[in-house]
Design a protein around this ligand. Sequence first.
Ligand SMILES: Nc1ncnc2c1ncn2[C@@H]1O[C@H](COP(=O)(O)OP(=O)(O)OP(=O)(O)O)[C@@H](O)[C@H]1O
Length: 356
Amino acid sequence: MTSSSSTAVSELSIKNVSIAYDDIQIIKEVSFSLKEGQIGCLLGPSGCGKSTLLRAIAGFEPLAEGEIHIDGELFASTSYSLPPEQRQFGMVFQDIALFPHLTIFENIVFGIKHWSKQEQIERVSYLLELVGLSGYETRYPHSLSGGQQQRIALTRAMAPKPRLLLMDEPFSGLDTKLREELVPEIRQILLQEKMSAILVTHDQLEAFAMADQVSVMSDGYIHQTGSAYQIYHKPNTRFVASFIGHGDFLASVVCGDDCVHSDLGEIKGHAPHGYDAGEKIDLLVRPDDILHDDESNFKGLIVNKWFRGSHFLYRVRLPSGKVVYCFASSHHDHSVGQRIGLSVHLDHLVLFPRES
Ligand SMILES: Nc1ncnc2c1ncn2[C@@H]1O[C@H](COP(=O)(O)OP(=O)(O)OP(=O)(O)O)[C@@H](O)[C@H]1O
């Protein structure tokens, strides 16, 4: 086999997949697809089933229901499973697991030893340049920093030109600063290689920085699959609304086809919301919907505050007694117990049926 015999771009389709351990359903009828060359993310709290779903895609878990296809070809169903080694997928894990006794070159060619020597040399040289580590061929893993080792782990997984790259919390062992640098860098590398990939993470900022589409999971279900913008601004369930970013639900009443009456007064949206006048609903309010404004007569009492460098995040008690988040520029340093002016910037109404 030569390097040209495998493809680096694939479309993945997960249809109605369920997975069970000892009759306990862990993954429940999940469906999503990933276009070729795109990066998807499975995002959710610990124990929601992200790794289980990723392992099933890799071929390590049997399906209790559903099908997995790559480019229209059946990879797994309840009665069939293409063996993992025949799927041509690459994998990167949190535990970097480079072989310590092998050089960087030997680590990277591990999955392409059947290629000709010349092809191996060209592939390693190309990939090392891509990840900014040209000339590291003869070094050993212990002489590399954590970020460099993770880049090599990625390089090793990409070397055979996998049809799909699966990454399970690959950045969680790295410190925050390094992660912030490395994540967008790796996204660029994957885009440049047009490599389809799926990232598992519980960190939403990492998901936002890496993925074209994010599937938000909870308790074995996928609640929503969409862009970072969609899941933040147009969450389709209460779970997504509260898991992604900060937010509060204000018990409100519909007062027209594009407006609601809430603790913030009457709020008019820019589009019809689909609820009937008089209906009781909950309105999602994000910190960036309520801004500190010295000129405003609408006041809130600060009950908590967090300095975030570029801004302050305040918890403020509204005149109604309800407590909400509020954004302020970092120069507006007020104390807990102080009353500050608030202005409401909310015209995209996200409403949910009232919970009793
Ligand atoms: N081999 C197994 N046998 C039985 N139950 C398992 C097995 N592997 C995982 N589970 C259970 O399945 C559920 C989902 O686990 P999974 O590791 O997929 O979650 P996760 O979202 O990746 O969590 P984390 O972010 O903590 O890694 C958990 O309740 C876990 O205890």
